[in-house]
Write a protein that binds this ligand. Structure first.
Ligand code: COA
Length: 236
């Protein structure tokens, strides 16, 4: 009699590259004209410039060529427009990338094992009255409500980062209400517990917190995959 087939569960790599925001003028040389224009319109041009230079450099390291030669395309998961939405790398559909920048940090995630989404948050930005009402499914509230004020800020930021990472992996962003993305409590290992969005996801979702060492910031990364994920952290 034939032996039952064994399916090994191979971990999928997610590479995370992050760096502090810098005013080094050479970073802008890596950007294209559109990105330089967008940087100039931002309240914090250095943050945008650092983030996009980091994204270009990280992608070039994976696909070869120079950071300047990388071409990004965008597609909105909600309306199909190519003027906004999740970035993809032209000519490299096998590589998924995601970018996030906030406070003093820029973070990039890259994976060849499924759509990836990363989000970095400044702890103080999530620590406001009414957070539960705009962010949480009722089932998520008890895990936050029992925390004292000394732990609540980080907990809120972490839950928000987990939700946004999932929404960036799926490409919906905040076009899907974050209350429809039910994640594990802040003191539990990161996991997507339930997706209540109207359009079902085509695979499982792997979710992990990103162990940043920068005070006042937290981050999470999500991968659309049925395989377990392994996060490799690299500081640029
Ligand atoms: C994606 C989103 C959640 C990011 O918000 P944020 O916390 O302010 O910003 P972050 O720094 O974490 O991420 C910004 C990056 O996410 C990426 N991004 C933009 N839209 C994205 C999407 N739909 N899915 C995944 N990533 C997206 C871009 O690389 C963007 O950087 P850029 O604008 O400098 O090119 C928010 O911009 C959003 O919800 N956008 C989609 C809104 C939408 O689709 N509306 C419907 C239009 S029809």
């Amino acid at each position: 009699m034939a032996e039952p087939a064994m399916i090994a569960s191979v971990a999928v790599d997610i590479d995370i590259v992050w760096r502090r925001v810098s005013t080094d003028p050479s970073l802008a040389e890596v950007l294209d004209d559109r990105e330089r224009e967008r940087a100039a319109r931002r309240g914090n041009p250095a943050r945008y410039t650092t983030a996009h230079a980091l994204l270009r450099t990280a992608v070039a390291e994976q696909v070869g060529g120079t950071p300047q030669a990388v071409v990004f395309e965008r597609t909105c998961a909600t309306c199909g427009s190519h003027r906004h939405g999740k970035p993809t790398v032209a000519g490299h559909p096998e590589l998924s990338v995601s970018l996030s920048y906030a406070g003093g940090l820029a973070v990039v995630a890259l994976s060849r094992g499924g759509e990836v989404g990363v989000d970095v948050e400044v702890v103080d930005d999530s620590d406001f009255e009414g957070f539960n009402a705009v962010t949480l499914d009722p089932s998520e509230a008890p895990a936050l409500d029992r925390l004292g004020p000394d732990r609540l800020g980080v907990a809120r930021a972490l839950v928000w980062a987990r939700k946004e990472a999932v929404l960036k992996a799926s490409g919906h962003g905040l076009a899907v209400d974050p209350r429809q993305v039910v994640v594990s409590g802040p003191e539990e290992p990161a996991a997507l517990l339930q997706w209540k969005g109207d359009v079902a996801l085509s695979t499982g979702v792997q979710l992990a917190d990103v162990p940043l060492t920068e005070p006042g910031h937290v981050a999470a990364v999500a991968l659309l995959s049925d395989q377990p994920a392994q996060v490799r952290l690299v500081s640029a």
